[in-house]
Design a protein around this ligand. Structure first.
Ligand code: SF4
Length: 336
């Protein structure tokens, strides 16, 4: 990892029991929404978690926001173990970890004025005076390119892009260490996506904040992140620095994701990879490699029976696939 970690996630799992009733028989199964994942986010850096819906990205974000408790594993923000914090410590923790969600129409309370929305993360810390809070609101509104004199307006008086700036101003107001960006530009008009992504990047430098970017759009991941982790059925199947991953993806699932994405330039030719079938049900995941029922490069019985370990194939580039023979075991190994 290039810089000191701001966030460190170690062997994190979230399993949900699911009970089904059929005729007179009750069965309880376990959904492994997140299954033994490990990663770090460097100080002032962006890690993108990419993958299809239901791969565990959002559950991971909820665990880091302390909105849910893990089944096992550890989340450290700096020296703080997230799931040890209670009371005032929990309030301080939530000042340090903020989120910006996909849809600024629904994530901003329409009955609150911008001033109240932006100052919300600040008022939990009762040590700040009204004047200090007012100054901070004006400062972050100016930083995101909004006029501080508009602080008494309501969200509906702003465009979609401006509302996302209000959400970002609110997230930045408490000077957090980490902001979770959950599909931050996917609901915005294409014409303002680039400028919004630039704003996120500029403010990251200005405020020295780390981002965990939850995203399905590979172009956004490439533009905004320093490192990418690809998730499939609750596990990380490949992770590398962004340019290394985009230049030479190793895992067949990552290759298929890239092949399905629109190229950045019309002259760019891509090998066509057609993925067969749907993502399997997490209630009954396949044995062996979880990707084997859809994998166009499956190499036989080993893929159907043996879980590939998550291991470094080359420096800083990790993959869980039998195409790359195992030499070492590693933290975050993809366990059954
Ligand atoms: Fe495909 Fe086998 Fe690699 Fe899984 S382990 S991605 S099935 S080649």
């Amino acid at each position: 990892m290039a810089t000191k970690p701001s966030l460190s996630v170690e062997r994190l799992s979230r399993h949900f029991p699911v009970t089904t009733r059929r005729w007179f028989k009750t069965t309880t199964a376990v959904v492994k929404a997140v299954d033994g994942i490990s990663f770090t986010v460097g100080e002032g850096e962006t890690l993108a978690l990419v993958g299809e819906s239901g791969c565990g990205k959002t559950t991971t974000a909820r665990l880091i926001l302390a909105l849910d408790r893990p089944t096992s594993g550890v989340i450290m923000l700096g020296d703080t173990n997230v799931h040890d914090v209670t009371g005032d410590d929990y309030r301080r923790y939530r000042e340090q970890v903020q989120a910006v969600f996909q849809d600024p129409w629904s994530s901003l309370n329409p009955r609150m004025r911008v001033r109240e929305i932006v100052s919300e993360p600040l008022v939990v810390n009762r040590k700040r005076s009204r004047r200090e809070i007012g100054e901070r609101v004006a400062e972050v509104l100016a930083a995101v390119g909004l006029n501080p004199s508009h602080a008494d307006r309501f969200p509906h008086e702003f465009s979609g892009g401006q509302r996302q700036r209000i959400a970002l101003a609110s997230a930045l107001s408490s000077d957090p260490k980490l902001i979770i960006l959950d599909e931050p530009v996917s609901s915005l008009d294409v014409s303002i996506r680039a400028q919004t992504m630039n704003l996120f990047r500029d403010l990251q430098q200005q405020f020295n904040v780390s981002y965990l970017l939850i995203v399905h759009d590979l172009a956004v991941a490439r533009y905004m992140s320093d490192e990418v982790a690809v998730m499939y059925l609750g596990k990380i199947v490949e992770q590398a620095r962004t340019e290394a991953l985009f230049h030479d993806p190793l895992h067949p699932y990552t290759k298929a994701l890239f092949a399905a994405a629109l190229p950045g330039h019309p002259d760019v030719q891509r090998e066509e990879i057609i993925l067969e079938g749907e993502v399997p049900s997490p209630i009954d995941p396949p044995a062996g490699c979880p990707f084997h029922p859809r994998c166009p490069l499956k190499i036989g019985e080993i893929c159907e029976t043996v879980v590939p370990q998550f291991r470094p194939e080359r420096e800083g580039h990790w993959v869980a696939c039998h195409l790359y023979p195992e030499e070492t075991s590693a933290p975050g190994a993809a366990e059954a």
